[in-house]
Design a protein around this ligand. Sequence first.
Ligand code: COA
Length: 328
Amino acid sequence: MKITAAITGVGSYLPDYILTNEELERTIDTTNEWIMSRSGISERCILKDKDKASAYMAAEAAKQLLSKKGLSPLDIELIIVATVTPDHQYPATANIVADMIGAKNAWGFDIQAACSSFIYALTTASKFIESGAHKKVLVIGSDKMSSIVDFTCRKTAILFGDGAGAVLLEPTTDGTGIIDSRMYSDGSGKKYLYQPAGGSLMPSSIETVTNKEHFVVMDGPAVFKVAVIKMAEVAAEMMERNHLTSDDVAFLVPHQANKRIIEATANRMGVSMDKVMLNIQKYGNTTSATLPLCLAEWEHQLKKGDNLILTTFGAGFTWGGLYLKWSY
Ligand code: COA
């Protein structure tokens, strides 16, 4: 019997501070009406503590998952953290998280593919399960986007939030789990969404800080145009490759970057909005955390055997789709 990677538990963490559209109206030239109609976002959670970042949120999500499952951190063999806002350039956030939760038997590393990081990480992790190499793998998406967003820039300040979500992967032979996935990449899209400074091409300097080059730079309409096509295309491809009709799909689990992109994806799949996991209004775009935050929020509505289509689009450009049969 074929071994597949089943999601057998989920956990999440969201910071307490809620940044509303009304608060943004007071600090930048925008309106609640504009933000809601263009993006679907009403508020987002922000991690205010100066001494806490992505590793802390990832560890909190992992601890919640382990406690729900009654598992010891010593049972975990591998931790993969999806993030674009690692605590440091190195060591990897996964190493720090392993230490924070006491996963002394685990090795780990980070995966960075912008807003597609979590699907890339989930696909990578599934290979360690399918090969028989590991039996308990944590995949965590965590981003402190507030650390790289310029809150004086109305084009980006309205879009992003902080948060983390974690899933546990274990082997199964019951026909559920990750059935199929397809990742894509097109680096020629780099100029439309990126963080100019802080890497080896443009190391940090007084000039880069003065010029605000450590913040997210985005050409929103250019990203929107490609995202709306590619996210829908890959979701439809997942259905076609796996002979699924819209009736077979229990839920679409889309990356939460813009409600209009999500609606276009659902429309292309022929799936009604009541079958779409949508929480962008509360959290904004939490980058690597959007998909596991959805799974954690909808966990109690899911049944064993439910067909889920996960789909995402992000900087790079990167995009991907994943077909998952829910395992519990
Ligand atoms: N409040 C009010 N007006 C704003 C604004 C804000 N926060 N931000 C921009 N505007 C203005 C613009 O200056 C522009 O004015 P102009 O026509 O006088 O120049 C107008 O609103 C329209 O801006 P535009 O950027 O064309 O809006 P849009 O409909 O494309 O919506 C986004 C902007 C960012 C919501 C949308 O482009 C988007 O979601 N893009 C994709 C983002 C994404 O997916 N990013 C992450 C990938 S994972």
